[in-house]
Design a protein around this ligand. Structure first.
Ligand code: NAD
Length: 329
Protein backbone atom coordinates (compact mmCIF):
# COMPACT_ATOMS: atom_id res chain seq x y z
CA UNK A 1 0.00 0.00 0.00
CA UNK A 2 1.24 3.51 -0.87
CA UNK A 3 1.54 6.25 1.78
CA UNK A 4 -1.31 8.28 0.26
CA UNK A 5 -3.71 5.36 0.24
CA UNK A 6 -2.63 4.36 3.76
CA UNK A 7 -3.22 7.94 4.96
CA UNK A 8 -6.76 7.86 3.64
CA UNK A 9 -7.51 4.52 5.30
CA UNK A 10 -5.96 5.69 8.59
CA UNK A 11 -8.29 8.71 8.68
CA UNK A 12 -11.28 6.51 7.86
CA UNK A 13 -10.40 4.05 10.60
CA UNK A 14 -9.82 6.80 13.17
CA UNK A 15 -13.18 8.36 12.40
CA UNK A 16 -14.93 5.01 12.61
CA UNK A 17 -13.18 3.99 15.85
CA UNK A 18 -13.90 7.38 17.49
CA UNK A 19 -17.56 6.87 16.74
CA UNK A 20 -17.51 3.39 18.30
CA UNK A 21 -15.61 4.77 21.30
CA UNK A 22 -18.33 7.36 21.81
CA UNK A 23 -21.10 4.75 21.57
CA UNK A 24 -19.28 2.38 23.90
CA UNK A 25 -17.60 4.59 26.51
CA UNK A 26 -19.95 7.57 26.66
CA UNK A 27 -23.34 6.16 25.67
CA UNK A 28 -22.82 2.55 26.93
CA UNK A 29 -24.46 1.45 23.71
CA UNK A 30 -22.04 -0.19 21.24
CA UNK A 31 -23.24 -0.91 17.72
CA UNK A 32 -20.58 -3.51 16.87
CA UNK A 33 -19.13 -6.46 18.79
CA UNK A 34 -15.81 -6.24 20.64
CA UNK A 35 -14.05 -8.61 18.23
CA UNK A 36 -15.01 -6.43 15.27
CA UNK A 37 -13.83 -3.34 17.16
CA UNK A 38 -10.54 -5.07 18.00
CA UNK A 39 -10.06 -5.88 14.29
CA UNK A 40 -10.41 -2.18 13.36
CA UNK A 41 -7.89 -1.23 16.06
CA UNK A 42 -5.45 -3.90 14.85
CA UNK A 43 -5.71 -2.64 11.27
CA UNK A 44 -5.07 0.94 12.42
CA UNK A 45 -2.15 -0.11 14.64
CA UNK A 46 -0.57 -2.09 11.78
CA UNK A 47 -0.85 0.87 9.37
CA UNK A 48 0.63 3.29 11.92
CA UNK A 49 3.51 0.88 12.46
CA UNK A 50 4.09 0.45 8.75
CA UNK A 51 3.87 4.21 8.08
CA UNK A 52 5.25 5.94 11.22
CA UNK A 53 4.72 9.38 9.58
CA UNK A 54 0.99 8.80 9.98
CA UNK A 55 1.20 8.27 13.73
CA UNK A 56 -0.43 10.99 15.84
CA UNK A 57 -0.84 11.42 19.59
CA UNK A 58 -4.54 12.01 18.88
CA UNK A 59 -4.97 8.58 17.33
CA UNK A 60 -7.28 6.23 19.29
CA UNK A 61 -4.33 3.79 19.39
CA UNK A 62 -2.57 6.27 21.70
CA UNK A 63 -5.49 7.20 23.94
CA UNK A 64 -7.45 5.62 26.77
CA UNK A 65 -11.24 5.24 26.86
CA UNK A 66 -13.55 8.18 26.29
CA UNK A 67 -14.37 11.63 27.61
CA UNK A 68 -16.48 11.90 30.78
CA UNK A 69 -20.24 12.06 30.20
CA UNK A 70 -21.95 15.43 30.55
CA UNK A 71 -23.72 16.04 33.83
CA UNK A 72 -21.07 14.39 36.01
CA UNK A 73 -18.57 16.25 38.15
CA UNK A 74 -15.09 15.19 37.02
CA UNK A 75 -12.22 13.79 39.08
CA UNK A 76 -8.56 14.03 38.08
CA UNK A 77 -6.73 10.79 38.82
CA UNK A 78 -3.59 11.23 40.91
CA UNK A 79 -2.01 8.32 39.02
CA UNK A 80 -3.38 7.91 35.46
CA UNK A 81 -5.73 4.96 34.91
CA UNK A 82 -4.29 3.31 31.83
CA UNK A 83 -5.63 0.66 29.49
CA UNK A 84 -3.90 -2.67 28.81
CA UNK A 85 -1.96 -3.86 25.79
CA UNK A 86 -3.77 -6.78 24.19
CA UNK A 87 -2.53 -10.15 23.01
CA UNK A 88 -4.66 -12.52 20.98
CA UNK A 89 -2.35 -15.54 20.71
CA UNK A 90 0.12 -17.58 22.74
CA UNK A 91 2.92 -16.30 20.51
CA UNK A 92 2.10 -12.69 21.48
CA UNK A 93 2.28 -13.66 25.16
CA UNK A 94 5.67 -15.26 24.60
CA UNK A 95 6.82 -12.07 22.84
CA UNK A 96 5.65 -10.06 25.87
CA UNK A 97 7.65 -12.37 28.18
CA UNK A 98 10.74 -11.92 26.00
CA UNK A 99 10.36 -8.10 26.06
CA UNK A 100 9.94 -8.05 29.85
CA UNK A 101 12.94 -10.31 30.51
CA UNK A 102 15.03 -8.39 27.97
CA UNK A 103 14.26 -5.04 29.62
CA UNK A 104 15.02 -6.48 33.06
CA UNK A 105 18.37 -7.84 31.88
CA UNK A 106 17.99 -11.38 33.15
CA UNK A 107 16.46 -10.61 36.56
CA UNK A 108 14.14 -13.26 37.94
CA UNK A 109 10.54 -12.49 36.95
CA UNK A 110 7.27 -13.70 38.47
CA UNK A 111 3.88 -13.10 36.92
CA UNK A 112 0.50 -12.80 38.63
CA UNK A 113 -2.33 -13.92 36.35
CA UNK A 114 -5.89 -12.75 37.01
CA UNK A 115 -9.25 -13.08 35.33
CA UNK A 116 -10.09 -10.14 33.09
CA UNK A 117 -13.51 -9.15 34.36
CA UNK A 118 -15.72 -7.66 31.67
CA UNK A 119 -17.07 -4.60 33.42
CA UNK A 120 -16.13 -1.00 34.03
CA UNK A 121 -12.89 0.20 35.65
CA UNK A 122 -13.29 2.31 38.78
CA UNK A 123 -11.08 4.00 41.32
CA UNK A 124 -11.95 4.32 45.03
CA UNK A 125 -10.17 6.74 47.31
CA UNK A 126 -9.93 6.28 51.12
CA UNK A 127 -8.52 8.50 53.85
CA UNK A 128 -7.83 7.05 57.29
CA UNK A 129 -9.71 3.96 56.16
CA UNK A 130 -12.89 5.85 55.21
CA UNK A 131 -14.30 5.98 51.69
CA UNK A 132 -14.10 9.52 50.33
CA UNK A 133 -14.60 9.46 46.59
CA UNK A 134 -14.97 7.14 43.60
CA UNK A 135 -14.54 7.69 39.89
CA UNK A 136 -14.70 5.99 36.52
CA UNK A 137 -11.54 5.66 34.42
CA UNK A 138 -12.85 8.14 31.81
CA UNK A 139 -10.03 9.12 29.46
CA UNK A 140 -7.41 7.89 31.91
CA UNK A 141 -6.58 11.36 33.26
CA UNK A 142 -10.07 12.48 34.23
CA UNK A 143 -13.03 10.33 35.20
CA UNK A 144 -16.62 10.86 36.31
CA UNK A 145 -17.40 11.31 40.00
CA UNK A 146 -19.60 8.31 40.85
CA UNK A 147 -19.11 8.39 44.64
CA UNK A 148 -22.81 8.05 45.52
CA UNK A 149 -23.35 5.30 42.94
CA UNK A 150 -20.43 3.25 44.28
CA UNK A 151 -21.84 3.53 47.80
CA UNK A 152 -24.85 1.48 46.61
CA UNK A 153 -22.64 -1.56 45.86
CA UNK A 154 -22.82 -3.56 49.06
CA UNK A 155 -19.60 -5.53 48.63
CA UNK A 156 -17.53 -2.31 48.55
CA UNK A 157 -16.45 -1.33 52.05
CA UNK A 158 -17.07 2.24 53.16
CA UNK A 159 -14.84 1.68 56.19
CA UNK A 160 -11.73 -0.46 55.89
CA UNK A 161 -10.58 -2.90 58.57
CA UNK A 162 -7.49 -0.73 59.10
CA UNK A 163 -7.27 3.09 59.14
CA UNK A 164 -4.75 3.31 56.26
CA UNK A 165 -3.76 7.00 55.97
CA UNK A 166 -4.16 7.31 52.18
CA UNK A 167 -5.23 4.57 49.80
CA UNK A 168 -6.58 4.58 46.27
CA UNK A 169 -7.64 1.20 44.90
CA UNK A 170 -8.75 0.11 41.46
CA UNK A 171 -11.14 -2.53 40.33
CA UNK A 172 -13.95 -3.54 38.05
CA UNK A 173 -17.67 -3.07 38.61
CA UNK A 174 -19.63 -5.80 36.83
CA UNK A 175 -23.07 -7.37 36.61
CA UNK A 176 -23.44 -11.12 37.14
CA UNK A 177 -25.06 -13.17 34.38
CA UNK A 178 -28.07 -13.78 36.60
CA UNK A 179 -28.59 -10.09 37.46
CA UNK A 180 -28.17 -9.23 33.76
CA UNK A 181 -30.84 -11.72 32.65
CA UNK A 182 -33.21 -10.53 35.37
CA UNK A 183 -32.70 -6.88 34.41
CA UNK A 184 -33.30 -7.50 30.71
CA UNK A 185 -36.39 -9.57 31.48
CA UNK A 186 -37.93 -6.76 33.49
CA UNK A 187 -36.96 -4.21 30.83
CA UNK A 188 -38.58 -6.37 28.19
CA UNK A 189 -41.77 -6.52 30.26
CA UNK A 190 -41.74 -2.71 30.45
CA UNK A 191 -40.97 -2.37 26.72
CA UNK A 192 -37.62 -0.71 27.39
CA UNK A 193 -34.53 -1.26 25.21
CA UNK A 194 -32.43 -4.26 26.26
CA UNK A 195 -28.76 -4.15 27.21
CA UNK A 196 -26.51 -5.98 24.72
CA UNK A 197 -24.36 -7.68 27.36
CA UNK A 198 -23.51 -7.59 31.09
CA UNK A 199 -20.62 -5.13 30.51
CA UNK A 200 -22.86 -2.50 28.98
CA UNK A 201 -25.57 -3.13 31.55
CA UNK A 202 -23.00 -2.57 34.33
CA UNK A 203 -21.58 0.58 32.73
CA UNK A 204 -25.04 1.99 31.99
CA UNK A 205 -26.19 1.26 35.53
CA UNK A 206 -23.16 2.75 37.26
CA UNK A 207 -23.01 5.93 35.19
CA UNK A 208 -26.45 7.16 36.25
CA UNK A 209 -26.96 10.67 37.55
CA UNK A 210 -29.54 9.24 39.95
CA UNK A 211 -27.86 6.76 42.37
CA UNK A 212 -31.28 5.24 43.17
CA UNK A 213 -31.28 3.69 39.70
CA UNK A 214 -27.79 2.28 40.30
CA UNK A 215 -28.97 0.92 43.62
CA UNK A 216 -31.77 -1.06 41.94
CA UNK A 217 -29.40 -2.78 39.48
CA UNK A 218 -27.52 -5.38 41.58
CA UNK A 219 -23.96 -4.53 40.67
CA UNK A 220 -20.91 -6.33 42.03
CA UNK A 221 -17.22 -5.46 42.12
CA UNK A 222 -13.74 -6.93 42.30
CA UNK A 223 -10.77 -4.86 43.41
CA UNK A 224 -7.54 -5.82 41.63
CA UNK A 225 -4.90 -3.17 42.30
CA UNK A 226 -3.60 -0.38 44.48
CA UNK A 227 -3.31 2.93 42.65
CA UNK A 228 -1.78 5.33 45.15
CA UNK A 229 -0.92 4.81 48.82
CA UNK A 230 0.78 6.43 51.78
CA UNK A 231 1.69 4.88 55.11
CA UNK A 232 1.85 1.31 53.76
CA UNK A 233 4.82 -0.64 52.43
CA UNK A 234 4.26 -3.12 49.60
CA UNK A 235 6.76 -4.85 47.34
CA UNK A 236 4.70 -7.15 45.13
CA UNK A 237 1.34 -7.30 43.38
CA UNK A 238 0.36 -10.62 44.97
CA UNK A 239 1.16 -9.12 48.37
CA UNK A 240 -1.03 -6.11 47.44
CA UNK A 241 -3.94 -8.40 46.52
CA UNK A 242 -3.65 -10.20 49.87
CA UNK A 243 -3.49 -6.88 51.68
CA UNK A 244 -6.59 -5.62 49.84
CA UNK A 245 -8.42 -8.77 50.86
CA UNK A 246 -7.36 -8.29 54.50
CA UNK A 247 -8.70 -4.74 54.39
CA UNK A 248 -12.11 -6.15 53.44
CA UNK A 249 -12.18 -5.59 49.68
CA UNK A 250 -13.76 -8.15 47.35
CA UNK A 251 -10.73 -9.71 45.61
CA UNK A 252 -11.23 -12.48 43.06
CA UNK A 253 -9.82 -15.75 44.40
CA UNK A 254 -8.68 -16.94 40.97
CA UNK A 255 -5.32 -15.18 40.77
CA UNK A 256 -2.15 -17.30 40.56
CA UNK A 257 1.57 -16.53 40.61
CA UNK A 258 3.92 -18.22 38.11
CA UNK A 259 7.65 -17.99 37.36
CA UNK A 260 7.44 -19.41 33.85
CA UNK A 261 5.52 -18.17 30.80
CA UNK A 262 4.58 -21.78 29.89
CA UNK A 263 2.70 -22.04 33.19
CA UNK A 264 1.01 -18.72 32.43
CA UNK A 265 -0.08 -20.08 29.04
CA UNK A 266 -1.45 -23.26 30.60
CA UNK A 267 -3.50 -21.21 33.09
CA UNK A 268 -4.86 -19.04 30.25
CA UNK A 269 -5.81 -22.15 28.23
CA UNK A 270 -7.52 -23.63 31.26
CA UNK A 271 -9.73 -20.56 31.73
CA UNK A 272 -10.43 -20.25 28.04
CA UNK A 273 -12.07 -23.69 28.29
CA UNK A 274 -13.84 -23.00 31.61
CA UNK A 275 -14.89 -19.38 31.26
CA UNK A 276 -18.62 -20.16 31.12
CA UNK A 277 -18.49 -21.94 34.50
CA UNK A 278 -18.19 -18.52 36.13
CA UNK A 279 -21.27 -16.58 37.26
CA UNK A 280 -19.84 -13.42 35.63
CA UNK A 281 -18.37 -12.56 32.23
CA UNK A 282 -14.63 -12.50 31.56
CA UNK A 283 -13.08 -11.59 28.23
CA UNK A 284 -9.60 -12.93 28.92
CA UNK A 285 -6.88 -12.93 31.54
CA UNK A 286 -4.50 -10.24 32.71
CA UNK A 287 -0.81 -11.01 33.19
CA UNK A 288 1.13 -8.68 35.52
CA UNK A 289 4.78 -8.59 36.57
CA UNK A 290 4.64 -9.23 40.32
CA UNK A 291 7.48 -7.05 41.64
CA UNK A 292 6.45 -3.41 42.09
CA UNK A 293 10.09 -2.37 41.67
CA UNK A 294 10.25 -4.16 38.31
CA UNK A 295 6.92 -2.56 37.32
CA UNK A 296 8.50 0.86 37.92
CA UNK A 297 11.57 -0.09 35.88
CA UNK A 298 9.42 -1.26 32.97
CA UNK A 299 7.24 1.87 33.01
CA UNK A 300 4.39 2.60 30.63
CA UNK A 301 3.50 4.00 27.22
CA UNK A 302 0.89 6.78 26.99
CA UNK A 303 -1.80 4.12 26.84
CA UNK A 304 -0.71 1.04 28.77
CA UNK A 305 1.86 -0.28 31.26
CA UNK A 306 4.76 -2.32 29.83
CA UNK A 307 4.62 -4.70 32.80
CA UNK A 308 1.17 -6.04 32.05
CA UNK A 309 -0.78 -7.48 29.13
CA UNK A 310 -4.27 -8.78 28.50
CA UNK A 311 -4.71 -12.19 26.90
CA UNK A 312 -8.02 -11.87 25.06
CA UNK A 313 -10.20 -14.88 24.31
CA UNK A 314 -11.38 -15.39 20.75
CA UNK A 315 -15.01 -14.23 20.45
CA UNK A 316 -17.75 -16.77 21.08
CA UNK A 317 -21.26 -16.27 19.86
CA UNK A 318 -24.02 -16.98 22.31
CA UNK A 319 -27.72 -16.68 21.79
CA UNK A 320 -29.61 -15.15 24.68
CA UNK A 321 -33.13 -16.29 25.40
CA UNK A 322 -34.34 -12.69 25.54
CA UNK A 323 -35.75 -11.81 22.14
CA UNK A 324 -33.10 -14.07 20.54
CA UNK A 325 -30.57 -11.29 20.13
CA UNK A 326 -27.06 -12.46 19.29
CA UNK A 327 -24.43 -11.11 21.61
CA UNK A 328 -20.68 -11.38 21.76
CA UNK A 329 -19.62 -12.66 25.15
P1 NAD B 1 -9.42 -3.50 27.84
O1 NAD B 1 -10.83 -3.71 28.31
O2 NAD B 1 -8.96 -4.36 26.75
O3 NAD B 1 -8.41 -3.65 29.08
C1 NAD B 1 -8.25 -2.71 30.13
C2 NAD B 1 -9.28 -2.85 31.19
O4 NAD B 1 -9.38 -4.19 31.67
C3 NAD B 1 -8.99 -2.09 32.46
O5 NAD B 1 -9.23 -0.73 32.32
C4 NAD B 1 -9.91 -2.74 33.42
O6 NAD B 1 -11.15 -2.09 33.34
C5 NAD B 1 -10.12 -4.13 32.86
N1 NAD B 1 -9.76 -5.23 33.77
C6 NAD B 1 -10.59 -6.29 34.05
N2 NAD B 1 -10.02 -7.13 34.90
C7 NAD B 1 -8.79 -6.63 35.20
C8 NAD B 1 -7.74 -7.06 36.04
N3 NAD B 1 -7.81 -8.20 36.74
N4 NAD B 1 -6.64 -6.30 36.11
C9 NAD B 1 -6.52 -5.15 35.38
N5 NAD B 1 -7.49 -4.67 34.56
C10 NAD B 1 -8.63 -5.40 34.47
O7 NAD B 1 -9.15 -2.06 27.41
P2 NAD B 1 -10.12 -0.83 27.34
O8 NAD B 1 -9.26 0.28 26.90
O9 NAD B 1 -10.85 -0.68 28.62
O10 NAD B 1 -11.16 -1.20 26.25
C11 NAD B 1 -10.84 -1.64 25.00
C12 NAD B 1 -11.75 -2.78 24.71
O11 NAD B 1 -13.11 -2.38 24.91
C13 NAD B 1 -11.64 -3.23 23.28
O12 NAD B 1 -10.63 -4.18 23.10
C14 NAD B 1 -13.03 -3.78 23.05
O13 NAD B 1 -13.07 -5.10 23.54
C15 NAD B 1 -13.90 -2.90 23.92
N6 NAD B 1 -14.52 -1.80 23.13
C16 NAD B 1 -15.55 -2.13 22.34
C17 NAD B 1 -16.17 -1.17 21.57
C18 NAD B 1 -17.34 -1.56 20.69
O14 NAD B 1 -17.85 -0.70 19.97
N7 NAD B 1 -17.76 -2.82 20.75
C19 NAD B 1 -15.72 0.17 21.59
C20 NAD B 1 -14.67 0.48 22.44
C21 NAD B 1 -14.06 -0.52 23.20
Amino acid sequence: MELKEAGKRVLELRREIEEHNYNYYVMDNPVIGDAEYDRLMLELTALEQQFPDLLSEHSPTQRVGGKPKEGFTTVTHRVPMLSLANSFSEQELKDFDRRVRGALAGEEVNYVVELKIDGLAVSLFYENGLFQRGATRGDGETGEDITENLKTIRSLSLQLKEAVPVLEVRGEVYMSGEAFRRLNKSREAEDQPLFANPRNAAAGSLRQLDPRITSSRQLSAFIYAVGYYEGVSLSGHEEALRYLQDLGFPVSRYYRKFADIEEVLAYCRDWEARRFELPFAIDGLVIKVDSLEQQLKLGATAKSPRWSIAYKFPPEQAVTKVKDIIINV
